[in-house]
Design a protein around this ligand. Structure first.
Ligand code: ADP
Ligand code: MG
Length: 259
């Protein structure tokens, strides 16, 4: 009842002023307590999801990425794909918002009560036991099969060895049609074999399962990270000159480069 205690004085005052009945007073107090508890639970579940940073769908500027179908993303945000244990794959070059969108969808899922876990592929590979008979192998698989939505970020930056690749294949098999996943990659699917120890057969088996009930969102646009740098590159910086009373004041359009 921590929240109830901390708001007791304020609510008692409001109750006295508004001449509330005892039931109204108690109702209001419990309402505040429940809301605070729910918020705390949400914060805990969000922390357990291990998002590297927090970005929402509202913070995503769709006009910056005109090639991206906003309707499709909004449809994904209804989380039907989580309910149906389907897969979403975001592909595209660095900086186009793949991780941002994955996190935003993950946050939506946490908000409505799904268990979510975020991990990069290289982090995941680092946790794979060296030996398939190690009891930790099954334990890791079990843990990664638990969340309703598993987000695997950054396929393509770090190549995996044969053991880790086989682990990923096992994981994909375990989650296939049972648990939803979001994958992000800077590589086209044709290049995925280079990530999974050069094993074309294993990679085909992984992709087969991912794409069977998968939605592929290929973002082809510009890097959001570089947008300021690109702007800056278009500005010719004049040499510094002493202030002059008639010097030109910046025009509205100039401010774009100052962002
Ligand atoms: P990627 O995973 O594709 O390399 P990120 O999702 O990490 O790219 O995006 C890089 C940074 O740019 C992040 O801080 C992200 O929030 C931001 N960002 C990318 N695209 C957009 C966008 N369209 N609107 C707002 N922020 C964006
Ligand atoms: Mg990323």
């Amino acid at each position: 009842m921590t929240q109830a205690i901390s708001v007791l004085d304020r609510i008692a005052e409001e109750a006295a002023q508004g001449q509330w009945s005892y039931t109204e007073f108690l109702g209001k107090l419990l309402e505040e307590e429940m809301a605070a508890r729910q918020e705390r639970r949400l914060a805990i579940r969000q922390r357990m999801s291990r998002f590297p940073w927090v970005k929402t769908l509202d913070q995503f500027e769709f006009p910056f990425q005109p090639g991206l179908d906003e309707k499709k993303i909004r449809e994904l945000a209804t989380l039907r794909f989580v309910e149906k244990a389907e897969v979403v794959l975001f592909t595209g070059p660095p900086g186009v918002g793949k991780t941002h969108l994955a996190i935003a969808l993950g946050l939506e899922a946490v908000r409505v009560g799904y268990t979510v876990y975020f991990i990069t592929l290289s982090e995941l590979a680092g946790q794979v036991p060296r030996d398939r008979t190690d009891p930790l192998w099954t334990e890791r698989l079990r843990i990664l099969s638990y969340p309703r939505l598993l987000i695997i970020d950054e396929v393509g930056y770090v190549p995996l060895d044969a053991v880790a690749s086989y682990f990923i294949f096992s994981l994909v098999c375990r989650r296939y049609e049972k648990g939803a996943m979001i994958w992000t990659s800077n590589k086209g699917f044709a290049e995925w074999a280079s990530v999974f120890a050069g094993d074309e057969v294993l990679t085909a088996a992984i992709l087969d399962r991912l794409l069977h009930h998968g939605t592929v969102i290929n973002i082809r646009g510009r890097s959001y990270r570089l947008r300021d740098k690109l702007h800056a590159g278009t500005v010719v910086t004049p040499p510094p000159s002493p202030p002059h009373p008639e010097s030109k004041t910046p025009e509205a359009g100039d401010s774009e480069y100052a962002r």
